[in-house]
Design a protein around this ligand. Sequence first.
Ligand code: 5GP
Ligand code: MG
Length: 177
Amino acid sequence: MKILLNQQQLEAGVENLADEIKGIYGHQPLTIIGIMTGSVVLLADLIRKLEMPLRVGVVQTSSYRGTERGPLTINSELMLDITDRDVLLIDDIFDTGHTLKEVIQLMKSLGPASLRSAVLLKKSGRQEVHLVPDFVAFDIPDEFVVGYGLDFNDEYRNLPYLACLETADLETSQYPA
Ligand code: 5GP
Ligand code: MG
């Protein structure tokens, strides 16, 4: 496994993200929706750097089986009301962009006052949709990454750093697909 972003780099990136978000919303109340499960670590770190009145919710999506994309599923039973609220969607990584595009469409149908999106990572040269997240902490090369919330078959989410998964790692995985 090759480390792409270490703990200090991730911490600094999330700090910058929080500063940009504060720059836009100031002290206005904000509703943050984390796209699970990949954004779980980012969500926990980011919300503790924000000081405005904050509500936090999640939606569950899934599209990967191992390193292969599968059909996207969204569990849309959002447990909090976002009508007329300023909403910020949080995701781990913007890859093809289909996940964020579909979640945005779903959220828009619930009538938020405003809707923006923030991602930790944006993979270069992969986008298939006309959409750019409002906030991006890091641009990364087109490699399959794990750690800091991102998984391979639900493994590695707990790594405190971000790493590229190499062929040898796939062969030794405890949890084969
Ligand atoms: P998209 O719909 O933009 O293609 O993919 C977004 C979702 O796919 C992300 O939220 C993430 O869960 C997953 N994904 C995309 N690229 C990677 C990657 O390199 N590593 C991991 N672990 N997940 C990824
Ligand atoms: Mg995801």
